[in-house]
Design a protein. Sequence first.
Length: 151
Amino acid sequence: MIKIICVGKIKEKFYRDAILEYQKRLSKYTKLELIEVADSSLTNPELNRQKEKELILKHIKPKEYIITMEIEGKEYDSVTFAKRIDQVFQSNPTITFIIGGSDGLDDEIKRMSNEAISFSKLTFPHQLFRILLLEQIYRAYKINHNESYHK
């Protein structure tokens, strides 16, 4: 199972439509759980991260393999990412990806992570990044099943 915990809500219909499309595509391969937690809008970034951490922790269960999405994380190409997903599933029933809010992730969440991944040194809107992550997970399943997919 793939679980994605995201800070913030998707407001724009075009983002929601894209997310629904990838959820539909992924349903052929895996169970997918997409969890949105409220973002905090206090003026203090550290307090925002702490508040969001509490909401994130409510959705993490023991024995989940946790991957935090961090700009400082390891970068993969799509084929290596696909192989990594396959490796992790060999000993873990659930991979949980965590996408933080605009102030990033609390250090406690980062410490409990099994792995930190970055898609780029660029900064992306959180709504768009969810779609990028879903697309790369879908691409990983296509690669791991030796199925063609647009390159």
